[in-house]
Each structure stands twice: as C-alpha cells, then as structure tokens.
Design a protein around this ligand. Sequence first.
Ligand SMILES: [Zn+2]
Ligand SMILES: [Zn+2]
Length: 398
Amino acid sequence: MPIEKSATKTNLLEQARQIEQETIACRRHIHENPELSFQEVKTAALITEKLKELGYKVTPAARTGVVGELGEGKTIAIRADMDALPLQEENPEPYRSKQPGVMHACGHDAHVACGLSAAKLLADQYKKGSLKGKIRFLFQPSEEAVDDEGKSGASLLVEEGWLKDVQALIGLHVFPNMPTGHIALRKGSIFAACDTFDITIKGVGGHAAFPERAVDPVVLAATIVQSMQTLVSRRKSPVEPALITLGGIRSSSYKSNVIPETVQLTGTMRYFEKSARDLLYAEMKNILSIADKMGGSYSIEYRTENPALSNDHQLTDTVGAVAAQLLGADKVITFDRILGSEDFSFYTEHAPCCFLILGCQPGDHPRNFHGPHFDIDESALAIGTAMLAQTALHLLED
Ligand SMILES: [Zn+2]
Ligand SMILES: [Zn+2]
C-alpha cells in the first residue's frame, strides 16, 4: 500500500532517535526491576505515571495492565506486554535484574519502553493537532502465563472490551537473533496455536522381580512416547506444520526395585490449522488406548491455550510500507513462520492486527529467548518506537 504524502512529511525515526537515551533508560529500569505475570504492579505504576504526564486518559485493565488513550474518533491500538520470567539472569551488565530468580528474558521490558516512547511521540503529534483519531495503548500483563482459569493478559483485555471499536492493532516482538535495523513481517499466520496436555498412564504397581503380577506403566509410557512421535511424521501431511513435544515424564515412585502405579506425561501440541489439531488429538487418543489394550488405563487433560497468530494482509502491507519508508525496502524481510506461540493471537481474532518482528541482535552474539543470557541491542529501541508511532499516525491519516 503506497504511503500518502502527508504521512511521509513526518519522519518519526528521527524523533525516536532524539529520545533514544530516555527509551534506553526506561528499558534498563524495567529490566532491573522485573515482575512476574499478573504481578506487574510497579511496572504498571511507572507506565501510569508516564502516560498521565503525557496527557493520556489512563484506565487500569486486566488486573495489572494499563490502558492509555488520547484523542477522539477512529481508534488505532498499540499493544506492549509487560511481564518477566522466573529465571535467574546470568548477564554481567550493570542493568541486570535486581530480583533474584526473575528476569526479563523475553524482551517485554523493551516492548514497554518502545510503547512509552511511541506514546510520547504521538502525544507530540496530538499537541500539534496532527493526530486524526484516537490512539489506545494496551500495556498488557501476563503474556507468559495464564491464571487459574487459563486466561492470559490478552484474553482478559479482549473480554473487557478493549478491542471492540479498534480499527487496527499493532504490536512488536524483539528478536535478538535477527540483525538490528531489520523488520520481519509475514501476512497470515506467523506463530502457531499452542495447546497443552497432561496424561496419566495407570498400571498395576508391584515388586520389580515379579513383573507378571504387575502392569508396568513405565513400559506402557515408553511405547506411547515412541508412538506419539510417529503421529507427526506418519499421520498428517508432511507439508502441514505441526508438532507434539513431550516436555516431561515422571513415575509415581522412583526406585530400582519398584514397578510404579502410574506414569505422568506432560506436553504441548503446536499447529496452524484446527484440522491438524483435530486429527492429531484423535490419533493421540488412539495411541493412548494402547494402555487399555495392555491391561492398564489412561486419562488425559487437554487444554487449548493460544490460537494461531494471523496477521491481517492489508495491515501488514501498510506496516511494510512504513518500515520501507523509515529503514529502506532492503531492511524489510519476510518472517519464516515458527511454531512458537504468542497471546497477541487472541487479538487477531477480534480486529485486523499486525505483529512485527524487530531485529535487535547484540553484535555477533544471537541470544536465546527465555535463556539466562537474553539481551538486546538497545539501538533497535528507536526503530521499534518509530515503527509503532509512525504506523499508528499513518493509519489515522488513512
Ligand atoms: Zn516469552
Ligand atoms: Zn515474549
């Protein structure tokens, strides 16, 4: 989609670079003071204070989240998630986490910092009379975890109605294994749907020396684990991406001379199309019925968590055009879709959305998400800030 002349007049990347030190300081402050999902109280207080200073109408939302609004009319929304992870940071930097066992290892500190600086740039536009509509910031708690009812921050914000009158919603995720200066985009699905399950395989416990008097759930589990992996390779089409990962296995007793009563398995299924889920779930139950046929039994608790994250085609074109304007067309690359998941996906079911990927690799050292050495190249923060603000400004001018 071509960028109209009016939007090209204002280059918010230059302005984002002018406030870059403030953005970096904000990111470092949040990085040093990470808070777990639905416990983002201090982070929310900081966001509230900054938004109020800028003239936004601020409403607490989704328990520990914050919604900031400015202007009237057509509404464009920007989302930034806020939570950290239960992980001990092992970076040497002076801004490393001060909270033992809690760390911003997914970059949500950077998302908040980019969001607040974008809020500042858009407040400047509002004061100049250049904001032709309403901007709504969704500072979302708990992307990484769900509450007792299985709800993360995004689903709560949707339930509270913050998406109802939204014309378009954008958000970003830092990627510290993609070079700084690049934006990656893809139309349609980019992140997979994520379900989780817990399986209990019940046998008959007994003495290790008398297996004929027991039904060994360890052997049943081993057969089931092996067979489960053939579902992905043999039961579904090889060109349809999906996976089953078993993340844990444990027996009710753990002793060399005891056949346990039960074995538990925990795992996740990832897919893009619901038809793939239906097929794999039905086949999974077929495989579990091995337990019944061999004298044991099974139960499964299956939970659907995040849906697939699907970017709106037209909005993604617009974001791509803004990125090309700010960074050059050669810096806008196609995102290879992954089987990771993100609760931004809940929004994509309620409004046209685009989730953009912000390259921020520190030098030659790509970092792993959710690892103790996670970090970003902070020079990418100005790009993230500008992408959010410039896209919103452009969409309001449209
Ligand atoms: Zn994460
Ligand atoms: Zn994340």
